[in-house]
Design a protein around this ligand. Sequence first.
Ligand SMILES: Cc1cc2nc3c(=O)[nH]c(=O)nc-3n(C[C@H](O)[C@H](O)[C@H](O)COP(=O)(O)O)c2cc1C
Length: 367
Amino acid sequence: MKSTYAPLLETFSLKSGVELKNRIVMAPMTNFSSNDDGTVTEAEVAYYARRAEGVAAVITACTYVTPNGKGFPGEFGADRDEMIPSLARLASAIQEKGAKAILQIFHGGRMVPPNLVDGDVVSASNVPAEAEGSAVPRELSAAEVENIIAAFGETTRRAIEAGYDGVEIHGANGYLIQQFFSPHSNRRTDKWGERLAFPLAVVDTVKKAAEKADRPFAVGYRFSPEEPETPGITMADTLELIDALKEKELDYLHVSLMEFWSEPRRGVDDTRTRLEIIKERAGNTIPVIGVGSIYKADDAIKALGTGVDLLAIGRGLIIEPDWVQKVENGQEETIAVKIDKNAQEKLVVPDPLWNAIVNTPGWFPGV
Ligand SMILES: Cc1cc2nc3c(=O)[nH]c(=O)nc-3n(C[C@H](O)[C@H](O)[C@H](O)COP(=O)(O)O)c2cc1C
């Protein structure tokens, strides 16, 4: 390994006691490849295993905590105990390769395709997303809200039973948890209209379930720092969310971005990047994972230089499953940075994900 890149390979201890062998984690990425009954397929297990050798942890694709939270065709499920063997199959495949396994837990809210939920699309309020053709969701009753919060706790229990090293609460990318935090989608007048109430109740419930683990078990939280809509989440809102999450003894905050160096749209008078502002606010209380268009070792070392604690790599690990090993072996010059469209088999990518990649221009470098 070249000494320039040594900081990428330093160990890191999370508050829960989970030990990370380096600073690189696999970003959560939906792969559309699970069975219709919510169990994982061998093709997707092989895809994860192929990428689990170098990274410190694999954060799985999101998994639904209740049936009406299923956001994608071919999404795997964690909504009932029958799913535990399938969840365990994935956890052990990741751990056998040396990475920690972190289950990303989720509810799609108003973003779920109606055909996946018998047409019963739900959210904080009956406000559709702005994209044309979006379904008008049904406002959840207070009792249903409580049930979904409890389901996040139950899914955490299943993650423990299935052998995971932690869970990541998916509070990003416009899904249900973010919908409760957003002034666009949450117009409620009951106690859940207080926009922090639902995200924090989910955190408390998940933490309570995590405390029952008989081994170190991490709880992270992922959020998107801003929304483009008006009204919508601003950087000022996000700083408030961070202040509240700092009180919760979480293992990490994970910022969801497509571009690591992106700058705030509104809500702060600050010319620094979103991640720099977020890291400053998080301070030394809670580690921050940065992400977004990191492909080369130089991109990663520059990103780590901002002070973020850990880096997630998504597309880069699909393109180059041996990313970390190449840095370890001083072969970082040979890291692939564009998808090789003829290499599906070599890259071990299941058909549904591969087809989505090669048929979506601009999504991945090389397409
Ligand atoms: C195929 C694909 C699926 C994704 N699915 C998820 C997901 O399930 N949960 C999530 O939080 N983010 C998801 N993301 C976002 C990634 O975690 C990540 O933030 C984004 O791709 C930017 O990182 P990258 O440039 O390293 O790919 C997905 C991204 C891609 C490319």
